[in-house]
Ligand binder design. Structure first.
Ligand SMILES: O=C(CO)[C@H](O)[C@H](O)COP(=O)(O)O
Length: 226
C-alpha cells in the first residue's frame, strides 16, 4: 500500500543538526517516523540556501530503503533538477506552483522519473491550480507559513485553504501541511483535512526529538508502532 494512503508526520531536516544529519534522522526513525521531509532552498525562490542532491544521496545511503524521502523543492525552475533528485534517491518530489509556469509538465516529469508527484502553494497563492492538475497529483502541499525558514507560527487562514483543497480533491489525495506544525496545531490541520504533517523545529528543536515526534504523531492521529 502506498504511504500516501496513510497519515504521516514527516520530520523536516531543516531543523536537524546538519553536521550529524544521518544520526539525527535515525533518532526519529527509531521512534517510528517512516517519512523524512528534505527541504531544498536555492537562494532565489526563497533567500536561504540549504542542500541538494549530493546530500540527499548521502542520506539515502545511510537510511533503510523503507524510509520515504519526501523532497520539497523551494527552487526556481524546478524542471531543471527533477532527474538529479530522483537519481539521488527521492521517493516523492514536490515543487512550487509559483516557481514554474509548467506545473502540468513537471508533474508528468516527476512521475516519469519514478517518483510520487507533489505540488505546493504558498499562503498567498489561491488553491485553484490543484483542480487543474488533479489527475497528476499524488500530494498537495498547502504551506501553512511562508516558505524559507523553520520556527514560524502557523498562519490560521491557511487552514481554510486546507479545507477547500480537501473538498476540491476528494478523500484520496494526500494533503500535506508544512510550517508551524506541533502537537497543538496538528489536530487543527487534521480537522481541516490534512493527512501529511511536516514538523521541523517542533521535532528537532525539542530536547527529546523522538518523544516530540511521537507526541505530534499521536496528536495528528498517526498510527505509530509501539
Ligand atoms: O518548508 C519549510 C520551511 O519553508 C520547512 O519544512 C520547515 O522546516 C518547517 O519548519 P517548522 O516545522 O519549524 O515550522
Amino acid at each position: 500500500m502506498s504511504p500516501l494512503n496513510h497519515r504521516h508526520v514527516a520530520p523536516s531536516i531543516l531543523s536537524a543538526d546538519l553536521a550529524n544529519l544521518a544520526d539525527d534522522v535515525r533518532r526519529v526513525v527509531d521512534a517510528g517516523a517512516t517519512v523524512i521531509h528534505f527541504d531544498v532552498m536555492d537562494g532565489q525562490f526563497v533567500p536561504p540556501i540549504t542542500v541538494g542532491p549530493v546530500v540527499l544521496g548521502a542520506l539515502r545511503d545511510a537510511l533503510p530503503e523503507s524510509i520515504y524521502l519526501d523532497v520539497h523543492l523551494m527552487i526556481e525552475t524546478p524542471e531543471r533538477q527533477i532527474e538529479d533528485f530522483a537519481s539521488a534517491g527521492a521517493d516523492g518530489i514536490t515543487f512550487h506552483a509559483e516557481a514554474t509556469p509548467h506545473a502540468h509538465r513537471v508533474l508528468h516529469q516527476i512521475r516519469e522519473a519514478d517518483c510520487r508527484a507533489g505540488l505546493a502553494v504558498c499562503p498567498a497563492t489561491p488553491p485553484g491550480i490543484f483542480e487543474e492538475v488533479a489527475d497528476l497529483l499524488d500530494l498537495a502541499l498547502v504551506m501553512t507559513v511562508n516558505p524559507g525558514w523553520g520556527g514560524q507560527s502557523l498562519i490560521p487562514s491557511t487552514l481554510e485553504k486546507v479545507k477547500t483543497v480537501r473538498s476540491m480533491l476528494g478523500p484520496d489525495v494526500a494533503i500535506q501541511v508544512d510550517g508551524g506544525v506541533d502537537a497543538e496545531t496538528a489536530p487543527l490541520c487534521a480537522d481541516a483535512g490534512a493527512t501529511w504533517f511536516v514538523a521541523g523545529s517542533a521535532v528537532f528543536g525539542a530536547d527529546d526529538p523522538a518523544a516530540s515526534y511521537q507526541a505530534i504523531a499521536a496528536a495528528a492521529g498517526v498510527a505509530v508502532r509501539a
